[in-house]
Write a protein of this length. Structure first.
Length: 128
């Protein structure tokens, strides 16, 4: 079973030769069309695919939250929308936008989450 999941995860990963510097890396840069295609595979592969992409999305949202709290003194409560609904939001985005990158669906998802004002002062406040 572990070999199967590892193989499915490897199929999800893109390969790239050394190129220009990159601000982003990982599954979020892959097109929704690829995500959609892999979701329509066998149930085991579809589950592995969604888990792989969603793990990337959680890390990306957590990183955005870290920056928001450090600069704006607020962040999005990642628990304010259930994991199932977060995954559904990203599936729906990709189904409607196959030419977009997976990460592009995260903006609307974050906007649906509750905004929390931090009790900590921003470490790097943005001047207005």
């Amino acid at each position: 079973m572990h070999k199967l999941l590892l193989a499915a995860s490897m199929l999800c990963m893109g390969t790239a030769a050394h190129a220009e510097p990159s601000f982003y890396r990982g599954a979020g840069l892959l097109l929704c069309a690829r995500f959609n295609q892999q979701l329509n595979a066998t149930k085991v592969k579809a589950t592995a695919t969604e888990n792989y992409y969603f793990a990337w999305a959680q890390g990306y949202m957590s990183g955005l939250n870290e920056t928001l709290e450090a600069t704006m003194g607020r962040y999005r409560d990642l628990n304010s929308v259930s994991t199932d609904n977060q995954k559904q939001s990203l599936r729906t985005f990709c189904a409607k936008n196959p030419a977009s990158m997976y990460r592009e669906g995260i903006g609307a998802l974050l906007n649906a989450m509750t905004e929390v004002h931090s009790t900590r002062a921003p470490a790097y406040p943005v001047e207005r």
